[in-house]
Design a protein around this ligand. Structure first.
Ligand code: PMP
Ligand code: GLU
Length: 398
């Protein structure tokens, strides 16, 4: 018997996690899988952060904390927002959650009513559309392509706005395209929202510290709209802390209070020990504590780009941040190796996984079905081997 709710039936499984699961299953069967599917740094959490967690355990930080997070952590986040982003959020405007994923869910559940529309610049992170649907909102895609560096324009946003538009949600640096919106581009976008005072802007800045342009601009800095901006961030990516499960928002007080209320009913605060570790991460100078990872990501990006550019039919942009490349692979659609016909990016990903054991993620759940996502959070050796396998395998498609 299966009587799951309609809500669950409407929800797609996370495509990134599904691909990670399939590669683990193949690995368990003894296959030599190179998994470039999951967006998670392959670095270890820096020692000074681990030491803070060890001290927290020794000092018996084993109790519930306030739902929105420890005061000292929220103060350190408030100072981080000021220091790194020039954003003014008081401690009470900050809510710490079990990963930025929960932060995004809290925000959507706090703001969306049934049938409210949420504008999503394509490509967007896979969970945005599903979290929006869970909150009974309607995701509205704004298209982009490799030709324009996967960025949308202010006028595209203007055209997509209807009287039902409640929210605009985006990430910069972007998962999956790696594109970074410049200050000028964000100022142009803000001008559109100045004309539409009922629209909220969710700015997901979780890849802030993996930005090769060194210019991270937070849209929440723009005075004319800042009362409607929710800034989402976390430690998973920049500080290599995916498993610690800490994300946070800075938001107008009434939104922070609403998120606190939901979280108080469904999870309470995140892990006390992880909060103490995050406090140290927040107090550190990100330039020195995270730059070794950024430098490696940049080297790997260049390596993978040059390998991909040697493969027939693959079109790439030059990603300015995060650790993904999002090539257009539509050249292969309609081709076959005599047995398997490749009709779309899902087929292509399954073809590569089953035949040469390289796991990528289809661009379809990110809103760009002509693309695939490759995570280069892997060693140079693995990236070279994966590129070789992909090139050889695709050469069979005619
Ligand atoms: N936003 C984006 C754009 C992401 O890629 C991720 C990846 N996990 C998240 C939010 C959520 O991160 P976490 O829940 O690990 O903090
Ligand atoms: N955000 C990462 C990704 O895009 C981690 C997996 C997930 O949470 O979906 O792969």
């Amino acid at each position: 018997m299966n009587k799951v709710s309609e809500r669950i039936n409407r929800l797609a499984e996370s495509a990134t996690l599904a691909m990670a699961r399939m590669s683990r299953e193949l690995k368990a069967l003894g296959k030599d899988v190179i998994a470039l599917s999951l967006g998670e740094p392959d670095f270890n959490t820096p020692e000074f952060i681990k030491d803070a967690a060890k001290n927290a355990i020794n000092n018996n930080f084993s109790h519930y904390t306030p739902v929105a997070g420890l005061d000292e952590l929220r103060i350190s986040i408030s100072e981080k927002f000021k220091r790194d982003n020039n954003l003014e959020y008081t401690k009470d405007q900050i809510v710490v959650s079990t990963g930025a994923k929960q932060s995004l869910a809290n925000v959507c559940l706090s703001l969306l009513n049934p049938s409210d529309e949420v504008l999503l610049p394509c490509p967007y992170w896979v969970s945005y559309s599903e979290i929006i649907k869970l909150a009974e909102g309607i995701p509205v895609e704004i298209p982009s392509s490799v030709k324009n560096n996967f960025k949308i324009t202010a006028s595209q946003i203007e055209e997509a706005i209807t009287e039902k538009t409640k929210m605009f949600m985006f990430s910069s640096p972007c998962n999956p395209s790696g594109s970074v919106y410049t200050e000028n581009e964000l100022r142009d976008i803000a001008k559109v929202f100045e004309k539409h005072p009922n629209i909220f802007i969710v700015s997901d800045e979780i890849y802030e510290h993996i930005n090769f342009t060194d210019e991270h601009f937070s849209i929440g800095r723009i005075d004319s709209i800042k009362e409607r901006v929710i800034t989402v961030n976390g430690v998973s990516k920049g500080f290599a802390m995916t498993g610690w499960r800490v994300g946070f928002i800075g938001a107008p007080l009434w939104i922070a209070k609403a998120c606190n209320k939901i979280q108080g009913q469904v999870t309470s605060a995140t892990c006390a020990v992880a909060q103490k570790a995050t406090e140290e991460a927040m107090k550190s100078d990100p330039k020195s504590s995270t730059s070794h990872m950024k430098d490696s990501f940049l080297k790997r990006r260049d390596l993978l780009l040059s390998e991909l550019n040697n493969i027939e039919g693959i079109k790439t942009n030059i990603p300015d941040g995060a650790f993904y490349i999002f090539p257009d692979v539509s050249y292969y659609f309609g081709k076959s190796d005599g047995e398997t016909i490749i009709s779309n990016a899902n087929d292509l990903c399954m073809y590569l996984l089953n035949n040469c054991y390289v796991a990528l993620v289809s661009g379809a759940p990110f809103g760009n079905p002509e693309c695939v996502r490759i995570s280069y959070a892997a060693s140079e050796e693995k990236l070279l081997e994966a590129s070789k396998r992909i090139k050889n395998q695709l050469a069979n498609l005619k």
